[in-house]
Design a protein around this ligand. Sequence first.
Ligand code: FMN
Length: 157
Amino acid sequence: MSTFPSGVAVVTSQDQQGALRGSTCTSLCSVSLRPPILLVSLHLRSGTLATIRRAGSFAVNFLHSRGRYAAELFSTAVADRFRRIEWERTPNLSQPWLVRDAHATAECRLTETVEVADHGVVFGVVREVLTVRGAPAPLLYGQREYRRWPEALTAEG
Ligand SMILES: Cc1cc2nc3c(=O)[nH]c(=O)nc-3n(C[C@H](O)[C@H](O)[C@H](O)COP(=O)(O)O)c2cc1C
């Protein structure tokens, strides 16, 4: 899969007890249009997965190219990740919104979780999409490296 480049997101969630968790995630895809449903696949040991299950909602923060620090922070074992980054609550579902690092954020209500081997596949119906006008281009990840959005190909390739 390292040869299949993708965008990079940080999936965040806060439960009713106030526990805040977030994980960098590239196993993310669009599932349906009506209603808009997406999925993220998280390891069964992921603290973020446990929090999403308790909270019943989560946010998908689609990172831009200046969000690399967030991608690195949310993929490490650092405990107080949310103290090291700017965040706010999303307007409708009050989920953690990485305002400085995401070019768009989808607020999602959990519909179901399906366990497949060592991962939990989380399905969420998108309630609102927040976009940042004029944000840098999306951050990419492929061949085990972060990359910038490339120039468009010419007809000759
Ligand atoms: C670029 C990148 C993409 C990642 N994608 C995923 C993913 O899709 N699913 C997953 O479970 N972990 C993924 N990880 C690993 C998690 O971000 C990492 O294990 C994180 O510490 C989990 O945090 P948590 O246990 O607090 O949820 C990825 C890491 C990197 C660097």
